[in-house]
Ligand binder design. Sequence first.
Ligand code: AMP
Length: 448
Amino acid sequence: MTFIAGLLKGPLIYEQDIRMDFDMLGLAPRLIAALAEQGITEPTPIQSQAIPHAMNGRDVMGLAQTGSGKTAAFGLPMIDALIKDGGRPVPKGAKALVLAPTRELAKQISDNLTAYTQGTHLKVALVVGGAGITGQIRRMERGVSLLVATPGRLIDLLDRRAVTLSETRFLVLDEADQMLDMGFIHALRRIAPLLPADKQTMLFSATMPKQMEELAAAFLREPVRVQVNPPGQAVARISQSVHFVAQKAKVDLLIELLDAHRDERALVFGRTKHGMEKLSKLLESKGFAVASIHGNKSQGQRDRAIRDFKEGKVRVLVATDVAARGLDIPEVRHVYNYELPNVAENYVHRIGRTARAGADGAAIAFCSPEEMGELKDIQKAMKADIPVASGRPWEVIGAPKKRSGGGGGQGRRFGGGAGKGAANAGGRPAAGGGRRRAPGKGRAHQAA
Ligand code: AMP
């Protein structure tokens, strides 16, 4: 169990001791052979927990992040059942449907499922926005075994009667928390009733916000819960740090830090597509090989950016949450939270891009005075303080009026007051012109 051992911690992580092979899970020999060809021989913890239940036909609610092997956790039992079933799909039909929040994630899932079905008769199709619809309609004409889709485009195809879900026996909702964040709940409510009532449903989510219970109650029947990483807890091997730095001084600090490891891949997260595009241009002008992914990029541009990043043609990938979440990008040593996410869980997702597959990684956060509220929320969600790399926590204001000077008086309001005399170590100017935002919980992703 070397793949994931040491990555995870927490009371529910006892799987490191378990040694198990895929044949012990009862998967079809052809499937095991196809997996072995890809070097996949031992199940990861989420796989050894979820697969037996899924193969017994149970609904599954899985709490696991990308990198845990969750695609195979839900994919293998379905593939196994479909191999054993042997029957052809109905025209325009799909025997299994996987819904994912973003195009990139859907593509990644479809690529993985395609690899896992090598050498079988199963057909995988991908239906996502941003790509030509005609080809997708044609692909669905004769029906497929596994359909991976983003909800919006799927509804488009359902409205055109290009897809039928009347014989879809498996439904997977992947990265369900992000689907909720992105407002896909209405789409789910429309899609799910089109499937037969006796379908098997699996829901995977990286976090378990309260709403997830409602979602599970609405879509799952007595689900088995499997979990490999307690919600909100960052993986153990990531060294985290925070720089208290004014918004305007962030660029220089980023360049300085990136400069120190030009040969290694770095992922830089920010909030707005506009801001991230500007940052990426600026880094480019400083000689960094940069690509960016955000909501303003075409599908082709996004795919190219990720491919170039994976291949090492670009070393720095600048991204917004929407575009980057759930992606399986290997060997990212450094994840920069250039701007803190305004939903605390997203911090965990972002830093989860590093320390994958057993590697060590660093997660470096930049916190401007305006972001103290977000930082506090993140630390609360993680139940731990992030070690300070430079600067000091920004001044807090509000009742009681005394300055705390030390980062985070409980229950106080954080002022966006731009550090008048506030901690400003590291010789960086105080934030004069940083954006102002209400601290705390805004709606995520709006501008991404
Ligand atoms: P996922 O969390 O599904 O995005 O998977 C992350 C990566 O781990 C993918 O590249 C998978 O191909 C790989 N992977 C999945 N299961 C295993 C396994 N049992 N052993 C080794 N690698 C795996």
